[in-house]
Write a new protein. Structure first.
Length: 331
């Protein structure tokens, strides 16, 4: 009986295999009962978070899907793809409600606080400049943005809405971090906290701060309003994704070598672990093994009682924390 109870306490992940290529982004809905995944194949997937069962796929894209976001009421899903399009989907039926064509690949996307506007950022390729596009999804637009803003400098690699959707927070290829008011067509504030490209930006639950993940081997905790640097979390390899726990003072980091540099390293080497840092003390206190390739996207569940990772190996691993995690006190 004691052995059985020990087995039940061990943190066993649920492995979700529904993509044929590398995972690019993993997201939860606000309630935490659905997981949205997209990969370098053209079919984003929706899963039940409770048991890892697949709800279905969103069929319509013709290229790698770089980003996915779910509206606060879980009724609509937004995806952006390398096929130069973004699509709005009905979560219940999986039907495409709206499709928007862009000049280049859509790198990041997101619903605003109210769920009435959608933000897209496009790549700087083929002579086209990096562009931020805002769409009002309450109307049925003929693919025309409500407003757009060209980004003349370094291209945007990640972007999120700021507190109450007053502005956008954008991370750039050269390490710049900007606050942008797209409606007023101006850059409010620019800071350079990173030396490499910012791969991911994830907002804290109350919008007061966010965490960035960068190629310069660091993740940083930054104030949303002034872009003031709070904390730095250092690793040995590029950080592809990071998230802040909504429940405990912990930050989750995922990364690894560049995918092209990975040769025959196994999962046991420690290059591809999910790393946990204390938010305040900036110290790593735990690692979780599993992936046999770099981790491209991570995220805590909205209740903070589990986390999910998506890797270059095409697997999505869903973890529920055991009792040891909640009993753990940092000394």
């Amino acid at each position: 009986f004691s052995q059985l109870s020990q087995l039940n306490q061990i943190m066993k992940p649920i492995c979700l295999l529904g993509h044929m290529r590398s995972i690019t982004q993993v997201r939860f809905n606000r309630d935490g009962d659905l997981i949205f995944t997209c990969a370098k194949d053209p079919h984003p997937s929706i899963w039940f978070a409770l048991n890892g069962e697949r709800l279905g796929s969103l069929v319509g894209h013709n290229g790698a899907v770089w980003c996915v976001d779910c509206r606060w009421d879980s009724e609509k899903v937004l995806t952006g793809s390398a096929d130069n399009s973004a699509k709005l989907w009905d979560t219940e039926t999986g039907k495409c409600v709206l499709s928007v064509d862009t000049n280049s690949a859509v790198r990041s996307c997101g619903f605003d606080f109210a769920g009435t506007s959608a933000m897209l950022t496009t790549d700087k390729t083929m002579g086209y400049k990096c562009t931020i596009l805002l769409y009002d999804i309450r109307q049925d637009p003929a693919g025309q943005p409500a407003c757009q803003m060209l980004v003349p400098e370094s291209k945007i690699t990640s972007a999120v809405w700021g507190p109450l959707s007053r502005f956008l927070i954008t991370g750039h290829e050269n390490g710049d971090l900007c606050q942008m008011d797209v409606r007023a067509q101006k850059v409010i504030r620019t800071e350079k906290h990173h030396k490499g490209a910012i791969n991911d930006i994830r907002m804290y639950k109350d919008g007061t701060m966010f965490v960035t993940a960068s190629k310069d081997h660091t993740a940083r905790l930054i104030d949303s309003y002034e872009l003031q640097l709070f904390k730095t979390y250092k690793t040995e390899r590029p950080v592809n994704s990071a998230d802040i726990s909504p429940l405990r003072p912990h930050v989750l980091l995922g990364g690894g070598q560049e995918a092209q540099d990975v040769t025959t390293s196994g999962a046991h080497v420690g290059k591809f672990d999910a790393k946990f840092f204390h938010t305040v003390y900036e110290e790593e206190f735990a690692r979780v093994k599993g992936h046999f390739g770099p981790i491209n996207s991570v995220g805590f569940t909205p209740d903070g009682r589990g986390f999910v990772t998506g890797g270059e190996d095409g697997f999505v691993r869903l973890h529920s924390f055991d009792n040891d995690y909640f009993d753990f006190e940092f000394e």
